[in-house]
Design a protein around this ligand. Structure first.
Ligand SMILES: NC(=O)c1ccc[n+]([C@@H]2O[C@H](COP(=O)([O-])OP(=O)(O)OC[C@H]3O[C@@H](n4cnc5c(N)ncnc54)[C@H](OP(=O)(O)O)[C@@H]3O)[C@@H](O)[C@H]2O)c1
Length: 299
């Protein structure tokens, strides 16, 4: 029986599909546009079966789930959430996938949610918690992954942590301590969850090995990269103002950034990782990995 990965052209899903394949699993990926997708080549080269499907096109989901023992879903419409994506993909599309998997006789469903520390109401929060609750009522064995903020995303130039130029955007005071996790470690958890056998519903809160504030992360990067950063603060009031936006994407971003300013340590992260045989990446490890990029050479 195969494992279906939904989100395999993304950061976490791509790793999950490749890691499962390297373990000798038969893997299918549901990909928008199928073989025409620009990121499909490495998946095909690894021997992953590609099926054309879309979470917003309900009739593509049940056929993709037929003959599948386990579904791993890492899909999200973020960060663009085009065409009302938070509702159509993260909420309705993901629920449709869960229900299609049940009808197709899938035994196990691994769903990527986000940390229980993030509790500020938003369209993404609604989508994540609705899917979690739907899965907890399912007859399928379910594993709900609740990772904290990804280091590769929140400590990256895309979100203003520009370690290459040295200009760093700090959200709020920057003092709230959180448990940044590497997306690669999340992929390891997803693989372990997909291969697990426990038949109870499981919720896995997961974070990096240490609680680190934004200002701590700056110090760690300055040390590892041996350079001094310039800080620019985005006041929490500006985020509050953005949060009052009627636009679902703006509201969701603001909610995530407000949650980020508050921080939120994942207690017991090391123990959870040990149980799953995963060595957690620290912010220092991540900084060392990107050091090459900052110096203008290959990482
Ligand atoms: N970033 C964080 O800090 C963070 C923290 C905690 C949890 N998470 C969660 O972690 C998960 C994985 O994140 P990621 O960084 O790997 O995301 P990503 O790189 O943005 O990948 C998203 C994937 O979803 C697919 N997708 C989007 N719309 C789809 C649709 N209509 N039908 C089918 N597939 C669709 C994308 O396919 P295309 O290539 O076709 O667009 C892509 O493969 C997400 O659920 C995210 O919410 C993220």
């Amino acid at each position: 029986m195969s494992i279906l990965v939904v989100g395999a052209t993304g950061l976490v899903g791509g790793q999950v599909a490749q890691k499962l394949r390297r373990q000798g699993q038969s893997v299918r990926a549901l990909v928008r546009g199928g073989d025409a997708h620009p990121k499909v080549q490495p998946l095909r080269a690894a021997g992953i079966e590609i099926v054309n499907g879309d979470l917003t096109v309900a009739e593509t989901l049940e056929p993709a789930c037929r003959g599948i023992a386990t579904v791993v879903c890492t899909a999200t419409s973020m960060p663009t959430a085009a065409n009302d994506g938070l509702r159509r993909v993260d909420l309705d599309g993901s629920v449709a996938l869960i229900e299609a998997a049940e009808r197709a006789g899938v035994k196990r469903f691994v769903y990527t949610s986000y940390s229980g520390n993030i509790q500020i109401a938003s369209p993404l929060e609604t989508a994540k918690r609705t899917c979690e609750n739907r899965l907890l009522r399912s007859s399928m064995q379910t594993v709900i992954l609740r990772p904290s903020y990804f280091a590769e995303v929140w400590l990256s130039p895309a979100l203003g942590f520009d370690f290459v130029s040295g200009a760093i955007r700090i959200y709020g005071s920057g003092e709230g301590k959180g448990s940044y996790i590497s997306a690669f470690d999340v992929a390891d958890f997803a693989v372990a969850a997909a291969m697990g056998k426990d038949d109870e519903h499981t919720i896995l809160e997961m974070g990096g090995p240490h609680a680190v504030s934004q200002l701590d992360a700056v110090k760690i990067f300055e040390q590892v990269l041996e350079k001094k950063f310039q800080l620019e603060h985005v006041p929490a009031e500006a985020l509050q103002q953005q949060y009052s936006s009627p636009d679902p994407l703006q509201k969701t971003f603001a909610a995530l950034m407000l949650g980020y300013t508050q921080g939120g340590e994942i207690k017991g992260a090391q123990e959870t990782a040990k149980k799953y045989g995963i060595r957690l990446t620290s912010v220092g490890d991540y900084a060392a990995r990107v050091r090459g990029k900052s110096a203008g050479t290959a990482a």
